[in-house]
Design a protein around this ligand. Structure first.
Ligand code: ATP
Length: 430
C-alpha cells in the first residue's frame, strides 16, 4: 500500500479527508507529484513527508471544495485559505504544507500557449490534462488504495523517462518543457525520444514565434514562463538546467537570439553568488537573462514577460550606460563618479554582472565605496570657516568631493587649505 510510505501524521490527515469526502458521497484522490514521490519512496524503501499535495475531488457538488477546506483548516489549524470559486479550487497553505484542492476537470486550449478553458470532468479526464506520464497518476484515498495510471507513469519512472501525454502537449503549453527539465535534473530522468521529437517539431512549426508576438494572449510564453524561470533559479542545479534548455533550443521561446552562452552563464553565476541572500535574487537573475537579448528587443521582451516596470526601464537604459563604460578606465575617479551618478544603482549592478576585468572592478568600487564617500568638510564646516550659504556652497562641496575622490586631499586639514586656496574669501568692502 503506497500510503504506507507517507509520514504517519500526513497519512492520518489524508484518512480524515477521505472519511469526510466519503460522507459527502464523493471520491478523493492524491494526484500529481505526491503520487510520483510516493512511488519513488516505495522503490527506495523510505518514508517521506510531502511539502506539497494535490487532491482532486470527483463525484461531488462544487460546494464540496469550500466545505472540505473549512473542515481541513479546523483539523489542522493555522492555514492560509485561498479559495478560487470560479475555478472550483482552493489553496491551503500551512508553514509546512501547501495543499491544492480541486474538482476534477478537463482543460482545453483555445490556441497555443493560451490559458486553458476549464470544464468539470471526471478523474480520468483530469489525468489527461497533465504534463508528463509520471505526473498523470492518481492514488485513491476514497476509494482507498486504487492507483490510476492510464499512461504507464510507473513504467516511465522505472525507465527514468519523461514522456508527454499527446503530440500537442508542448504547443498547448511550452512551460511543460521547463517543468520537465526541472524533474529531469531533480530525479535524474531523460526525455523520451518521441517527446524530444515533439518538442522540436513544435518549435520548428513557428507557433511560439507567432504567439510570442501577441502580447497578453499567450501567458505560457509570458507570465507563466516568467514563473518557470523563477523556479529554475531556485534549483541548486540551475546551471545544468540552463544548459539542457539550450541543448533543446528552448531559450528561443523568449527570443530567437537568446542563447545560454558561457558569457551569460558566467554573469548569472556571479549575480547568483553576490545576490545569494537578496530577497529578489530570482527576479534579478531573470532581468540579467533578458539583458542577453539584443539591445533593440530587450524592452519588448521584458514587457512581454511582464517584468516589474522598473526592470523594464533598466533594460531599456542598459545600452546607453554600456556605451559609456569603455571610456571609464582612462578617467580619474571623480569623473568616473560624474559619469555613473545619473544611473540608479540597480542598473549599475546589472551592468557589473555583465562585465569582466577592469570595468567590473570600477563599477564595483563605485557602487561599494566611491558613491558613498563624502568630503571631509560639510556645509556647517564651511559656515564656520566664514563662507555664506548660497550657490557657491554647492560648487565648493562638489570640488571638495572631486579632490577627495582623486586623493588630492585626504583629510580635514588638507580640505581646509584646499578651500582657502581655490575659494579665497572676499572681505566686505574689498
Ligand atoms: P513539485 O514536486 O515540483 O511540486 P508537482 O508535480 O507537485 O511537482 P505542481 O506544480 O505542484 O508540480 O503541479 C501539480 C500537478 O499538476 C503536476 O504533477 C501535474 O500533474 C499538473 N500540472 C502542473 N502544471 C502543469 C502544466 N503546465 N501542464 C500540465 N499539467 C500540469
Amino acid at each position: 500500500m503506497l500510503l504506507a510510505y507517507l509520514d504517519p501524521d500526513q497519512r492520518a490527515f489524508l484518512t480524515r479527508i477521505a472519511q469526510a469526502v466519503a460522507a459527502m458521497g464523493g471520491h478523493v484522490y492524491l494526484v500529481g507529484g505526491g503520487v510520483r514521490d510516493l512511488l519513488l519512496a516505495q522503490s527506495q524503501g523510505q518514508t517521506i513527508t510531502l511539502s506539497d499535495m494535490d487532491l482532486v475531488l470527483d463525484q461531488v457538488s462544487p460546494d464540496a471544495i469550500g466545505e472540505l477546506a473549512q473542515q481541513m483548516s479546523r483539523w489542522r489549524p493555522g492555514a492560509l485559505v485561498q479559495p478560487h470559486p470560479k475555478f472550483h479550487t482552493c489553496d491551503l497553505l500551512w508553514p509546512d504544507l501547501a495543499l491544492d484542492l480541486a474538482l476534477a476537470r478537463r482543460e482545453t486550449y483555445p490556441h497555443p500557449a493560451a490559458n486553458p478553458l476549464v470544464t468539470p470532468a471526471d478523474i480520468h479526464q483530469d489525468l489527461h490534462r497533465r504534463d508528463f506520464t509520471i505526473n498523470a497518476m492518481a492514488l485513491g484515498l476514497h476509494p482507498a488504495g486504487v492507483l490510476l495510471d492510464p499512461f504507464d507513469g510507473q513504467g516511465d519512472l522505472q525507465r527514468k523517462s519523461l514522456r508527454v501525454l499527446h503530440e500537442r502537449s508542448f504547443a498547448d503549453d511550452p512551460t511543460r518543457l521547463w517543468r520537465g527539465v526541472r524533474y529531469g535534473v531533480r530525479y535524474g530522468l531523460q526525455f523520451a525520444p518521441e517527446t524530444v521529437a515533439q518538442w522540436h517539431a513544435t518549435l520548428a512549426s513557428g507557433v511560439y514565434e507567432y504567439w510570442r508576438q501577441q502580447p497578453g494572449q499567450a501567458p505560457a510564453l509570458q507570465t507563466r514562463l516568467r514563473a518557470e524561470l523563477h523556479y529554475l533559479w531556485q534549483m541548486a542545479q540551475w546551471v545544468q538546467a540552463g544548459r539542457w534548455l539550450e541543448a533543446l533550443g528552448a531559450w528561443a521561446c523568449i527570443h530567437p537570439e537568446l542563447h545560454w552562452t558561457p558569457a551569460l552563464e558566467r554573469s548569472l553565476r556571479t549575480a547568483s553568488y553576490v545576490l545569494r541572500h537578496h530577497p529578489h535574487r530570482h527576479r534579478c537573475l531573470t532581468e540579467l537573462l533578458v539583458s542577453y537579448v539584443p539591445p533593440a528587443d530587450r524592452y519588448a521582451v521584458a514587457h512581454c514577460l511582464d517584468l516589474p516596470l522598473a526592470a523594464q526601464k533598466r533594460l531599456a537604459q542598459l545600452e546607453h550606460l554600456e556605451t559609456q563604460l569603455p571610456a571609464l578606465p582612462a578617467l580619474p575617479v571623480s569623473q568616473i563618479c560624474q559619469t555613473l551618478e545619473p544611473y540608479e544603482p540597480e542598473l549599475l549592478w546589472l551592468a557589473l554582472f555583465r562585465q569582466r576585468g577592469n570595468i567590473r572592478n570600477i563599477l564595483r568600487n563605485y557602487l561599494q565605496y566611491w558613491s558613498h564617500e563624502h568630503p571631509p568638510l560639510n556645509g556647517k564646516d564651511l559656515r564656520e570657516l566664514g563662507y555664506q550659504p548660497g550657490p557657491q556652497f554647492r560648487q565648493i562641496l562638489s570640488r571638495l568631493r572631486s579632490a577627495y575622490l582623486d586623493r588630492e586631499i585626504t583629510d580635514r586639514t588638507e580640505a581646509i587649505a584646499y578651500v582657502q586656496r581655490y575659494f579665497p574669501r572676499v572681505s566686505p568692502g574689498q
